[in-house]
Design a protein. Structure first.
Length: 422
């Protein structure tokens, strides 16, 4: 199914925003995004990279998974403009606010633009569900299909709530741990993680030709939905002490990660059509387990020092690696050269991405005295991934780019012939 124009623009913007984030990490000594300006990096990665990615893919995938047509809506084009304006204005406002507890009214405005963009998307999905089902041949039903549409809608409802919390964080700190931390966790756990679970449950069984048990599917969906809501709610309810309630409210999210990891192992071990890419998805969920364990340790020990490692392992390790695998599965970057190039570049970029996650997580763990080369190396790796990833993606999203930037058709044939013999 071809991508719509709006999806293409969202996915292209996601690549550009990832490149900006990588560049800022590269020059961390000047930008301070791994220290005083940490919130700027969080905003660029969450809303700029993941938000634009999930918007692009949701508009592309939802009609197929729901067997409904998205209604025509000229506002979806405006949603793209509003989302990118939110990314840019929010990053600027956060940079100006620095480490102030309240981010300022300018940031609230940026978050409000995000809320409108997400609301436009959510109402499109809801109108599609209310519409008639598409008739005609449909793909074989799998065990994970029955939770896909509810998880999509829950995910985008959480994104809407996260935007509201972000907007409130610009006006005042808020109760408990504050609106900002609650918004970040609602976006990561309630939106991005739930959407990842929906896509994994839909496509991994098909790729390996093996159905998961219905009970495991229901467990992943239920625990993911509960965890995505209970953790941010707990952050608003719980004062800095005691932490027992917050640890209890984090239980469903920890169980979700463990059950999802076990389910992927089950599918991989019993696959009728083995796919090595499932190993990357397993690695991603492994990062979620590690990052979650660090988070629980922070709460239990009342020690916030590993916060950067905790965030980067979850955001780049879990969400980033998962998005990478899904991106190559749905768009197949570099297919204008050959599908063999797509497979090679997936593993090459995934390898570089993994090294970047490890380097940046180590930098976060040594926040007091990180080596000067750490942020530069991690940022260079992220920036290099964004450049290579985008170079393979843009010509596929926009076929009029002929055939690849800086490469003639003859040069592509030479490269294809050379690599086909290796």
């Amino acid at each position: 199914m071809p991508l719509s124009g709006t999806s293409r623009w969202f996915l292209s913007a996601a690549q550009a925003n990832l490149g900006v984030a990588g560049a800022l990490v590269l020059i961390d000594r000047q930008s301070g995004v791994l220290s005083d300006q940490w919130n700027v990096l969080v905003w660029l990665l969450l809303v700029g990279f993941f938000g634009c990615t999930t918007l692009g893919f949701s508009l592309h995938l939802f009609p197929a998974v729901a067997r409904r047509r998205l209604p025509r809506d000229p506002l979806r084009g405006a949603a793209f403009v509003l989302m990118e304006a939110s990314v840019a204005l929010g990053a600027y406002a956060l940079y100006e606010a620095g480490s102030l507890p309240a981010r300022g009214s300018l940031f609230s405005l940026a978050a409000a633009l995000m809320v409108i963009a997400v609301a436009v998307t959510l109402q499109s999905l809801l109108r599609a569900v209310a519409g008639p089902r598409v008739t005609g041949p449909s793909p074989e039903t799998r065990a994970g299909d029955f939770v896909t549409v509810p998880l999509f809608l829950l995910s985008w409802s959480a994104a809407l709530g996260s935007g509201v919390l972000f907007a409130l964080s610009g006006l005042w700190v808020g109760p408990g741990f504050g609106w900002w931390l609650a918004a970040v966790h609602l976006f990561v756990l309630g939106h991005a993680t739930v959407l990842v679970a929906a896509v994994l449950l839909r496509f991994v069984p098909r790729s390996v030709d093996r159905d998961p048990p219905h009970a495991a599917v229901f467990g992943v969906a239920t625990l993911g939905g509960l965890g995505g809501v209970l953790v941010p709610v707990g952050m608003l309810l719980v004062p800095p002490r005691p932490m027992v309630l917050l640890l209890a409210l984090a239980g469903p999210e920890a169980a979700f990660a463990a059950v999802l990891f076990g389910l992927l192992i089950y599918l991989a071990s019993r696959a009728k059509a083995p796919r090595r890419q499932v190993g990357l998805s397993l690695s991603a969920v492994g990062f979620l387990l590690i990052g979650g364990a660090i988070g629980l340790g922070m709460v239990a020990d009342l020690n916030s020092q590993p916060v950067i490692s905790h965030a980067l392992i979850n955001v780049l390790g879990f969400l980033g690696l998962t998005i990478l695998v899904m991106w190559f599965g749905m768009i197949a970057p570099f297919q204008r050269i050959s599908h063999a190039w797509t497979r090679r570049m997936l593993w090459a970029i995934a390898g570089v991405w993994l090294v970047a996650v490890v380097v940046l997580a180590a930098v976060g763990a040594l926040a007091g005295a990180p080596p000067t080369w750490g942020p530069a190396l991690g940022g260079a790796l992220l920036l290099g991934v964004a450049a290579a990833w985008g170079a393979g993606t843009i010509p596929v999203l926009f076929p009029s780019v002929n055939p690849l930037p800086g490469l003639t058709s003859e040069r592509i044939r030479v490269l294809r012939d050379r690599w086909s013999r290796r």
